[in-house]
Design a protein around this ligand. Structure first.
Ligand code: ZN
Length: 165
């Protein structure tokens, strides 16, 4: 086992999932200082993560949010000139990006689509020649004709048999 394989197996080793590769990885770690250091640092990181506590949400979060929402809702609506001005002033073009992307995609579809339609050769509907059509008709009629032949042969054979009286 080389260091690359061993270090790829380190997470499995740490998370304790039993695998046959683990024994080989442990054997390699016993002899390789680099991989042993890697394992130790991963173990330290995991133990640090175990001690980390997610900060508790403030118990007044909902109330504060509701108050702010009510403030904004009760504020006098700005005139459309004011709204346009602030939008243009504070604009990062971000809200226009989806529209721009949509327009470009539409352009690509329309332009690329029509380009593809215009340039790709369309398979012409195959015009069968008269001979081919005749052959197809013959093929279709072959079975009834065969049956007709058989009937005629049977008829002929019964006609040719001398009367049995
Ligand atoms: Zn190694």
């Amino acid at each position: 086992m080389n260091c690359k394989i061993c270090q790829a197996a380190l997470p499995d080793l740490l998370l304790g999932s039993a695998a046959s590769a683990n024994a080989a990885a442990r054997a390699h770690i016993a002899t390789c200082a680099v991989c042993a250091r890697e394992l130790a640092s991963l173990q330290a990181t995991l133990s640090l993560l175990d001690t980390w506590q997610a900060p508790a949400v403030s118990p007044y979060f909902d109330q504060k949010l509701a108050v702010r929402l009510r403030e904004l809702q009760s504020a006098p609506p700005a005139g459309w000139v004011e709204r346009l001005r602030t939008r243009l002033l504070l604009n990062t073009n971000r809200q226009f990006r989806p529209a721009l992307v949509g327009a470009m995609a539409l352009l690509l579809v329309v332009g690329g689509g029509s380009f593809g339609i215009a340039t790709f050769p369309h398979p012409q509907p195959v015009q069968a020649s008269a001979a081919v059509i005749d052959l197809q008709l013959l093929d279709k009629n072959e079975q009834p004709l065969q049956q007709m032949d058989e009937l005629l042969q049977q008829n002929a054979s019964t006609d040719n048999t001398p009367p049995q009286s």
